[in-house]
Design a protein around this ligand. Structure first.
Ligand code: GLA
Length: 390
């Protein structure tokens, strides 16, 4: 594998004929459990991956943003004073989106020459977008000498998604990409934004991430549709219970059953997933603290079942790969991770079985779907940081 820092230095030199001032990085993530709960003000339990997005940058004397992404060798130029979306180079939107939000907070920024290199596969449910947003924010902080607190940073990234890009996503991805810690998962209460670092001791097990390499179709519109369905459930639950709440977090399973006849089966199943998933996160936290990894595995399987049957955010490839995984020796839990509709799954696998698990999984997956998947193994890593100053 190529060293991202020397690669960025080399390419920066080639493109701009100078050395960068700083190199920053921000990680991708897996979510261990707590899917589609964040925008319902619920609980999540992600961990940051070693795979990161790296950005090298140098201040300019004008207001021009001149960036090249080395993964696709595309270059794009924008003006700090006029951050607008770029349908031809959509990756640039994460940069102008961060700029737009920083400007609305009153920060004065200068132009930047930059190169980007990402190890996080794009569009695979490992949050390459949040990683890019958090890396760009770190870059502007480093170059302009200011620092946002971690929670404000995550909120800024979420606003880029919600306001600039039109995806009504929650705060999980930016939060973990900014606040991840080595050897820890992060339990986040997405209402209070209180978080707890949880040592990720999995005894004789590790997480294997498997990528279905299946392009995600219509993800944004289906994602926003789920957000609306949850809001619809809240309206009905308020009506039936006489409460006046805004999020599914505020309702119990009993209240949902009480309101069941007032809602369509689809709305019922969406709410059922969210309410039970919140409980599973709390149970998973307890299991981790009690060192009960088998229980964690069972919760992953239950979460996946709920995402398939009730929340309906899986696709055939995700269903096939998790089913194969559960039937391979040493795997005690498997589930999709992230928004779904394609992308990646996580598998909790006994360490001494991993060498056999990976080729067996990929071979059977290809046989059934005709697609080549791939696997990643990563320890929990640090959130966004400066990696080199020149
Ligand atoms: C995407 C969103 C997150 C979260 C997950 C599903 O990754 O960006 O906010 O909603 O989907 O849990």
């Amino acid at each position: 594998m190529r060293n991202p820092i020397t690669y960025l230095e080399e390419q920066f030199q080639n493109i701009f004929n100078s050395t960068p001032q700083v190199i920053v990085k921000a990680p991708g993530r897996i979510n261990i459990i707590g899917e589609h709960t964040d925008y319902n003000h619920g609980y999540v339990l992600p961990m940051a991956l070693e795979q990161s997005i790296y950005v090298a940058g140098k201040k300019r004397n004008d207001s021009i943003l001149n960036f090249t992404t080395l993964n696709t060798h595309r270059r794009s130029i924008a003006d700090i004073n006029c951050p607008v979306r770029n349908p031809i180079e959509p990756w640039m939107d994460y940069i102008t989106g961060v700029v737009a939000e920083l400007k609305s907070l009153g920060y004065s920024l200068t132009g930047v020459d930059g190169t980007i290199y990402g190890e996080v596969p794009i569009g695979c449910g490992l949050s390459s977008s949040a990683a890019l947003e958090m890396a760009i924010l770190k870059l502007f902080e480093a170059l302009n000498g200011f620092q946002l607190n971690d929670i404000e940073s995550a909120k800024l990234g979420q606003r880029v998604e919600n306001n600039y890009l039109g995806l009504k996503s929650g705060i999980m991805d930016q939060f973990i990409s900014r606040c991840g810690k080595k050897e820890h998962a992060l339990f986040i209460d997405c209402r209070t934004l209180h978080f707890e670092l949880v040592p990720l001791q999995l005894n004789e097990y590790i997480f294997v991430v498997s990528n279905t390499n299946c392009p995600r179709g219509l993800t944004d519109s289906k994602y926003n549709e789920r957000v609306s369905e949850c809001q619809e459930a809240v309206k009905i639950l308020n009506y039936v219970t006489g409460k006046n709440m805004k999020y599914l977090r505020d309702f119990t399973r009993e209240e949902l059953e009480q309101a069941r006849n007032n809602m369509s089966d689809t709305i019922y199943r969406r709410a059922l997933h969210v309410i039970t998933e919140n409980q599973r996160v709390l149970d998973a936290l307890k299991a981790l603290k009690n060192n009960d990894i088998e229980e964690l595995g069972r919760l992953l399987n239950q979460s996946d079942y709920s995402l398939q049957k009730y929340y309906e955010v899986t696709n055939r490839e995700l269903e096939v790969i998790t089913e194969i995984a559960r039937n391979i020796e040493g795997c005690i839990g498997a589930r999709m991770t992230g928004a779904g509709f394609g992308g990646c799954t996580i598998n909790l696998v006994r360490k001494d079985c991993v060498d056999k698990f990976i080729p067996t999984l990929l071979e059977k997956y290809e046989k059934e779907t005709g697609r080549k998947g791939n696997c990643i193994i990563s320890s929990p890593s640090e959130g966004a940081c400066v990696v080199k100053v020149y």
